[in-house]
Write a protein that binds this ligand. Sequence first.
Ligand code: MN
Length: 419
Amino acid sequence: MKPFIVPKDATSWVEVAPGSDFPIQNLPFAVVDHKGRGEGMVCAIGDFALDLTYLYEEGFIDEEEFPWLDSMAALDREMMTELRSRIFTLLSAENSELRDNAKHRKRALLPLAGLAFQVPIPPTTFVDFYSGIHHASNVGRMFRPDQPPLLPNYRHVPIGYNGRASSVVATGTNIIRPKGQTKAPDAEGPSFGPTAEMDFELEMGFYIGHGQEMGKRITCKAAEEHILGMVIVNDWSARDVQRWEYQPLGPFLSKSFATSVSPWLVTLDALEPFRIEGMEQDPEVLHHIRRQGQQHFDINLEVWLQSAKMKKPQRICVSNAKHLYWSMSQQLAHQTSNGTPVEFGDLYASGTISGPEEGSFGSMLELTWRGSKPLTLEETGETRTFLEDGDVLTMKAFAESDGLRIGFGACSGKILPAN
Ligand code: MN
C-alpha cells in the first residue's frame, strides 16, 4: 500500500499559524457531535475542523467514491488514504473549489474551540501493552528491589492484558475517583473506599482498520496495513487497588474505571517523515515478531498538571514514543500469533512511555518514586504524590523537525471526588 505523503512545502489557503499541530501535512480525522445534527467526521486544518458532512451535502466529496461518513466505521487504511488525498486537494493553496466560495468556506470550516469531540472510534476491544521498557524497569526496581528490574520474558514477548473497552472515554470527560479494595501493608485485612493513589499512564494507542479473521495471523511486515492511525491514551490507574488485586492474573478494576483518548486519529502517512529504527532489541527476538525496517516513530510526549487552585498548568513530564521497546507492528503480530481475530475499531495502547531519566517518567508512581519524592507545583506551592480531586491532567503529543510539526492535540481529564 502506497502512503499518501503531503509534500513538505505544500500550503493551504486556510491560514495555519507556525507551531500549529495541524498543518496541511497532517490532516487527522475526528468525530464531533454537532448539536442537533448528530455525529459527523471532521478533519483538522490550522485552528479549524473541516466538516466532512457538509462537504458531502454540497457535493465536494463524492458519495459514490466514499461511503457516508457519520463515523469512521466504513474506513480501512486504503480508503482513509484516498479520503485524505481528496481533502488535501480541496485545502491546497492552488485549489479554488472551496477557497473562492465564501458561503461554503464559512460553513465547512468550524472553529476548533467549541467542538464536542467524541471517542474517534468507540473500541470493541481494548488491549493495554507494557512496551515502555524504562517504565517496566522502574516498576521492577520499586516493587522487586532484590531482583533484576525486568522479568526474564520482557525482551522476548510484548507483555499485555485485555482491558475494558466500554470505559474508553473522550478527552474532556471528567474522571470520578474510583473506589476499590485495598490493603495497607500493616493492616490486618483489606478495606473498601476511594483510591488514595490515583495515577495516570502516558501512552500512545493505535486503532485497527480492516481486521483479520480467526485462525489467521497478521505478520509484522503486513501489520501497518491494518493500522488506521494513532491517538494519545491516558490509562488512568488506581495504584493501591492495583497492588492488592494484580496477582496472579494482572490488573482488573484498578484500570477498568476509565481510559481517556485524544480526539484526532493521526495517520501513519502523516507520521511517515518521523519513522525511526527504534531501540536495539537484544537478544534477537523470535522470527514471528521480528522487526522489519523502521517501525517506530519519533513522537514527543508531554504531561501537564493543573490543580484547582492553579491558573496555568505545569509541565511535569517530557518523554518520547521512541522509548517503546516493542513497535505497534510487533504488538499486532504478537496479538494475532495465536490466531485470535482482530476487528475494525480494536484499540491497542502501548504501555506507559517513560524516558530513562527523572522528568521523563510517564506516571505519578515513577515521578514521585512511589510517593517518596513529592512533586511541587510551582505556582501555588502545593505538593503531589498522586492526583488529587480537582486536578486536570493533560497529555500532548507531536512529531517535529525542520519546521514540520505533526500534532495530536491534547488528551485531558479532570479528577472528580468519589461518589
Ligand atoms: Mn497502562
